[in-house]
Design a protein around this ligand. Structure first.
Ligand SMILES: *Cc1c(COP(=O)(O)O)cnc(C)c1O
Length: 332
């Protein structure tokens, strides 16, 4: 490994975080925490809210539930707005929830719910939250399975904290969380003492200014991430979004043609993960796909054994989609 306090590292780190700002579509610092995505979500929570703070957790599935549980674990007073699995959260309904709970300090939302294959209307939700003006709660976004694959204009939409991690659309190995915070979020972060030493974002901001992280970073992971970011910037962010949309449509149409129904509301179907509900034996179908060299995920939580989930985020081509459809046809 190279010295993580040396010049070579600083060059890698500064170049990477500056390029990540383009992918996050933000002017704020992008901070890098050595942790899986869940660690980044916990960092977002423990830095911005404390025991007793009122929080609205919009949950559209397994990961929305996890974000709510993280906030509960930190002692926040969490109200869960549970949307039926397979549907997206309606921005107007989020606003109604906020109206019913004055004094809410933060709204938690999952941009793309990986467990159900649903993309929420994050822009609509952000507009709804922002319509509350100066008293608006902070909007904390789990963008783990959307960022760098589905449009997410962090600053333009007014998202306050956006969290992703290395192993989804950024195409790097697992192990890094990446997040940014708006000026409003930093004001909240600066106004309180973070109860976590390792996740104290103030320390990460201080380090970022000089091209370092507070503790030893996962240096090799950063080199992997550099490669993923290079691929994205070479293709161009808007082209990356278009490709994901085109491939999702190709897969979803092909699956319908095979008689495999989409699990989510088609209006809300994700461009990064497709959930299909076979008429029977989803896990048997997965096993037959695996024999053909195609590995797909099953259901999580209440959807265990009910659906199959096909990931198509990051380095995916038309040929990959066609190969999956061929294997699906044979397996059925
Ligand atoms: C994968 C994922 C996570 C969790 O990430 P880990 O790296 O497993 O901690 C959180 N939220 C969403 C939406 C995800 O897809």
């Amino acid at each position: 490994m190279i010295n993580h306090r040396g010049g070579e590292f600083k060059e890698l780190f500064k170049g990477l975080t500056s390029d990540l700002r383009r992918i996050f579509q933000t002017e704020s610092d992008v901070l890098v925490v050595t942790a899986s995505g869940t660690g980044g979500l916990e960092a977002a929570v423990v830095n911005t809210m404390g025991p007793g703070d009122k929080v609205l957790a919009v949950s559209t599935g397994y990961f929305g539930d996890r974000f709510a549980t993280i906030a509960e674990t930190s002692g926040a007073d969490v109200s869960r707005f549970n949307v039926p699995w397979g549907q997206a959260a309606d921005p107007a309904a989020v606003l109604d929830q906020l109206a019913a709970r004055p004094g809410t300090r933060a709204v938690l939302v999952t941009h793309n719910e990986t467990s159900t294959g649903v993309t929420n209307d994050l822009q609509g939700i952000a507009v709804a939250v922002r319509s509350l003006g100066d008293d608006a709660p902070l909007l904390l976004v789990d963008a783990v399975s959307s960022l760098a694959a589905i449009e997410l204009a962090t600053d333009a939409w007014g998202c306050d904290v956006v969290v992703t991690c290395s192993q989804k659309a950024l195409m790097a190995p697992p192990g890094l969380s990446l997040l940014c915070a708006s000026p409003r979020a930093w004001a909240a972060i600066d106004a309180r003492r973070c109860p976590s030493y390792y996740f104290d974002l103030k320390q990460y901001r201080k380090g970022a200014a000089v091209g370092e992280t507070p503790a030893t970073p996962a240096v090799a992971e950063l080199m992997g991430l550099r490669a993923g970011v290079d691929l994205i910037l070479a293709e161009g962010l808007s082209r990356v979004f278009e490709r994901h949309h085109r491939l999702a449509e190709r897969l979803q149409r092909g699956a319908q043609d095979l008689g495999l129904p989409l699990f989510p509301d088609p209006q809300a179907a994700s461009d990064t993960v497709t959930a299909l509900r076979p008429r029977s034996d989803a896990d048997g179908l997965r096993a037959r796909l695996r024999e053909r060299g195609v590995i797909v995920a099953g259901g999580q939580g209440q959807l265990k054994g009910q659906i199959i989930r096909i990931g198509h985020m990051g380095c995916v081509s038309d040929e990959d989609i066609d190969a999956v459809l061929a294997a699906l046809g044979q397996s059925l």
